[in-house]
Structure formats: C-alpha cells, structure tokens
Design a protein around this ligand. Structure first.
Ligand code: PAF
Length: 280
C-alpha cells in the first residue's frame, strides 16, 4: 500500500494502472476512518482491480471554522486501519496541494443544496462539489463509493457527475450501524460516554417513524420523530424532513412521491449527527 501526498505522483501511478487495462475504484474520505469507511473500501476492492482512498479534510466544505479545527485528524491511525483491507493507494494531500489558489467555482444544484443540510450549512455542498470534482479529475476512477448515511451528499454527487458529464459510476452503500443502531460516523468519537449511551435513540425514533408513517401526514411524522428524539434529555433536533429520494423535494402528501425518506440532523450536546430512514 502506497501513501502519496502529491497530485503529480498520484497521476503517474494511476496512469500506469490504466495503461495495464485495470479498473480503478475510489473511496474519498476526510479520514478518522471507522468500520463504515472500511466497508466502502471492501466493496470497492471486490469490484475493482486497484483501490484508491483519499484522506483530506476539505476546508471549503466547512461553514463553521470551529468544526474544521475540531475535525479529528490522525493519518497514521488511518493508514494502519487501511492495512486491514485491500487498499493500493492512499492519496493524502495537503491543503496547499489541493488549493494552490482559492477555488471560486459556484455550482447550481437547484433545490438539492437548498433543503435540509443546505439550509443549515450554507456553502457546504458547494465545497463538497469543488473537492469531489478535483479528486475525480486527479484519480479518474471508474467507480466511486459513498455511504447512504450522507444521503443528501450522495444526491449532490450524482448531480455533479451528470452536470459535468464525468465518466465515473457512483456506487451507493448502505449505512453501517453500531450493534445498538447508531449510524457510524467520525463525529461519534466526540460524544462523551453519557451522550454515546443515549445516541441510539435517534435510530429507535427513525424505526418507529418507518413502522407508523402511514398513520400520519409527512409533516405529522416529522413532528412525531422530533418529539420522540427530544423527549430524551440532551437532544436538540435541527430538522426532521420527509423528502422524495430522487428530487429531495419536501412532501406535503404521501401521494407526492413514489419513494420517500426521512432525514434528521440532531445536536447531542455539541456534536451534530445526521441519519435517515427510507419510509417506502
Ligand atoms: O463524506 C465525506 O467524507 C466528504 O464530504 C467527502 C466526500 C470526502 C468530500 O470531502
């Protein structure tokens, strides 16, 4: 497994792989790797000849400088974790390598970046678009793997690929959960033991919503799930939205959509967690 920090060396290594006719699979990450990331890498290695993982905490997607500062960084531990799976190349660039000058690109994602996360983290998805485009241009993967926990991000990246007509297949992978149901996230590391103990209530509330949604309107189920989560002391629900899985349009009636998903963002103390559940 190689660890490379520059774009030039990454391109050189991968052009050789491409000349050999091998397929390239890519898992972009911001490090702080957990079992959810390793599942993506595992799937990637089952479907491609060469596996590339990027580790880069991308400043342009943080609208809160404190959040960027606190984001966990430990390259050595991440490299160690990747030795347990099949990974050929880790691309771990510096901020200067990725952004020799500020990138002023503005994407038009339509409604996709206006709802939910977009409402509370302005500019976040534009920053994700900027870095994912750069990474795709450097790695030129045949396939790239993303977790469904970041459901809105997945919709944005699919849109980016369509918008820029990039020749990469986006592969969505199911959310990986702890045995108690908490969705795996790098942010879980920041929960104190008391917060960690109650964090699975989010998943419990989502399950209850999935099992009972037909008794409610979409707005009613949002209120029900907010009430369920906030009943447990320490939780503050930022949003609980029912949207169409393709367009991310918020639903007023169940008849507005063939496939609906309930997405939530929750503060547990200072830690912001997101999760979602397909309703039908
Ligand atoms: O999901 C993430 O970890 C990041 O948003 C991504 C896709 C690696 C871009 O920085």
């Amino acid at each position: 497994m190689l660890v490379i920090h520059t774009i030039a060396e990454t391109r050189e290594f991968l052009s050789k792989i491409r000349r050999e006719g091998k397929s390239i699979g890519f898992v972009p990450t911001m490090g702080a790797l957990h079992a959810g990331h390793l599942k993506l890498v595992q799937k990637c290695s089952e479907e491609n000849d060469c596996v590339v993982v990027s580790i880069f905490v991308n400043p342009t997607q943080f609208n809160n400088p404190e959040d960027l500062k606190k984001y966990p960084r430990n390259l050595e531990a991440d490299v160690e974790k990747l030795t347990s799976v099949s990974c050929d190349l880790i691309f771990a660039p510096s901020v200067e390598e990725m952004y020799p000058q500020p990138d002023q690109t503005r994407f038009d994602f339509g409604i996709l970046d206006k709802v939910m996360e977009g409402q509370f983290r302005p500019g976040h998805f534009n920053g994700v678009g900027i870095v994912v485009r750069k990474l795709f241009e450097i790695v030129e993967p045949h396939r790239s793997y993303f977790g469904e926990k970041d459901f809105q991000q997945l919709a944005i990246i699919r849109n980016l690929v369509r918008l820029l007509q990039l020749p990469v297949e986006i592969v969505a992978c199911p959310t990986v959960r702890e045995p108690d149901g908490l969705a795996m996230s790098s942010r879980n590391e920041r929960l104190n033991p008391d917060e960690r103990a109650i964090a699975p209530s989010i998943y419990q509330a989502l399950l209850k919503a999935r099992d009972n949604y037909s008794w409610f309107t979409p707005d009613g189920i949002s209120k029900m799930v907010t009430g369920e989560i906030e009943q447990t002391l320490g939780f503050d629900v930022e949003y609980a939205s029912v949207v169409d899985t393709e367009t991310l349009m918020p639903l007023s009636e169940w008849e507005d959509s063939d496939h609906a998903i309930l997405c939530v963002a929750v503060f547990l103390g200072e830690v912001r967690l997101i999760d979602n559940m397909n309703l039908y």
